[in-house]
Design a protein around this ligand. Structure first.
Ligand code: SF4
Length: 490
């Protein structure tokens, strides 16, 4: 192993503009909420995936035991991550692969670029990979004169549309069929101009577009859903077969994998290969599960490179509360059940990882102040925890990040925040019966602000509260005065 960094939170993520929100979540969400077409697309797609997931999960009597097993395996693996990674490195090298360690996005991009340059190629095919989106690999390769072709259908749509992904699993979830047809007509050179928005016709157009790339590419870049430390085997699960083509046809395969994807043994896979497809696509098993172990002479890529990516993960690992976010298997079930995600979509999060897990992971990987609004992008309803196949307590992690943000704010500002002032005032009022009674009576003046049974706008300093929600109208009579009238003074 050329570097030891597991458990030592010394590396800050770099070159990860895609992880940093350029606009605060409330501002971006306001824009998204005003887009009726986007809301219809999201509502249709998420409700369809939710129904499929619920049906296949209900088939298993031992679903909760599977979730507990998944959580236990991940938690135990994270506790000894450095050992498992060293074992993985040794296993891959023993089977003819080469392992590279990348502390941040810049280093990972440099390693991959140099590996491709060494082949003399200027084009690569890609299997869908969140890790490569996280580090901005396509952009780094383009800067180096190398063209990366996404081969997953949804990633291809996003790439051709010069767009960004809005969902972990279904990157083009924000687009409907007609919008996809328009992108194909505009961007695919040889597409039939009479192309309809019928899904089989769109899939056929994509297939024809990609076929030539698959057959000519000498280099492929992939991610990995899992890597088994015992044997050095990497795995990709997918639904379209594009992954299988990329993993078998080219001469050189470069896999970029976050260090948290390692699992100790093949028997651990048994659990995750049941949890992942049901939680992600609502399928009993993935149509394609591709596994490869180093290099096999005469069969498949003859050069295999595994790039193990830190990019902020060791800092997350060092946080005893926050480290459970590394257990994520990127199934996206938490996105599909989240009432906030369903209404605003993934772009509002301004980050590669959207939805509930993105609201945790992005500030964890960049430092909370770079994505400070994301931990607040949740109603804390708990639906994400109920859906998560590895039982990540996302609401608890969000509250923890909110507390970190408050501490960071206090450390940076001399003046307390408006929330801190409001909470201090409430604490002072509520710690004395007399003061609380006085506060109740004074709040009744708020009734003067009601319009049609609602208070839509409060004056400063409470105006922030009503910028995004109504305030309740105080009742005509306080509880205390009702009690005194009905039961007499205590
Ligand atoms: S947090 Fe859980 S539900 Fe969300 S993507 Fe990760 S594994 Fe899936």
């Amino acid at each position: 192993m050329s570097k030891t960094f597991v458990g030592t939170p010394t590396y800050a993520p770099q070159g990860v503009g895609a992880l940093r929100g350029s606009q605060s979540f409330p501002d971006a969400a306001r824009t998204a909420l005003a887009d009726g077409q986007l809301r219809r697309n999201l509502g249709h797609a998420t409700s369809t995936i939710r129904a499929k997931r619920a049906a296949v999960v209900a088939e298993l009597d031992d679903w909760e035991q599977l979730r507990l097993a998944g959580e236990a395996i991940k938690t135990a693996t994270m506790a000894q991550l450095d050992d498992h990674l060293r074992r993985l490195e040794a296993s891959v090298q023993a089977r003819g692969g080469v392992v590279h360690w990348a502390s941040d996005a810049n280093e990972a991009n440099r390693i991959v670029t140099e590996l491709i340059r060494a082949t003399g190629e200027t084009e690569v095919v890609k299997v869908k990979s969140m890790a490569t989106v996280e580090i901005g690999l396509n952009e780094a390769l383009a800067d180096a004169g190398i063209t990366a072709y996404e081969t997953d259908l949804a990633e291809l749509i996003v790439q051709l549309g010069h767009d960004t992904s809005s969902h972990i699993l279904v990157p083009a979830i924000h687009l409907n069929r007609a919008e996809i047809r328009d992108i194909f007509l505009r961007e695919m050179e040889s597409v039939d101009s009479s192309l309809t928005d019928d899904p089989p016709a769109l899939a056929e157009a994509a297939r024809r577009h990609l076929r030539e790339k698959f057959l000519s590419a000498k280099v492929a870049v992939s991610g990995a859903n899992f890597a088994v430390a015992d044997t050095g085997t990497c795995l990709v699960v997918e639904s379209e077969g594009n992954g299988r083509m990329c993993l078998t046809l080219p001469e050189t395969l470069i896999t970029v994998m976050g260090i948290e994807k390692v699992i100790p043994t093949w028997s651990d896979l048994e659990v995750f290969l049941q949890l992942l497809p049901r939680s992600s696509t609502g399928e009993r098993m993935n149509p394609y599960t591709s596994a490869w172990t180093g290099v096999t002479p005469g069969d498949g890529p003859q050069q295999f490179h595994l790039v193990l990516l830190d990019n902020g993960r060791t800092a997350v690992l060092a946080d005893e509360v926050g480290r459970s976010a590394l257990n994520c298997i990127r199934c996206s079930a938490c996105l599909n059940v989240c009432p906030v995600y369903e209404r605003v979509g993934g772009h509002a999060y301004g980050s590669v990882y959207p939805g509930p897990i993105g609201a945790v992971l992005s500030p964890q990987l960049t430092g909370v102040e770079d994505n400070a609004s994301l931990p607040f992008a949740s109603s804390l309803c708990g639906a994400c925890f109920d859906a998560c196949p590895v039982r990540i307590d996302i609401p608890n992690l969000l509250v923890n990040l909110r507390a970190q943000h408050v501490e960071a704010y206090d450390a940076q500002h001399r003046m307390p925040s408006p929330e801190a002032v409001a909470m201090a005032a409430m604490s002072w009022s509520m710690s004395s019966a007399g003061r609380f009674a006085l506060a109740e009576r004074s709040m009744q003046a708020g009734r003067l602000l009601r319009r049609k049974g609602r208070i839509r706008r409060l004056p400063p300093p409470m105006s922030g509260w009503t910028s995004a929600r109504d305030a309740p109208v105080p009742p005509r009579e306080t509880f205390r005065s009702w009690w005194a009238r009905e039961r007499g003074k205590p």
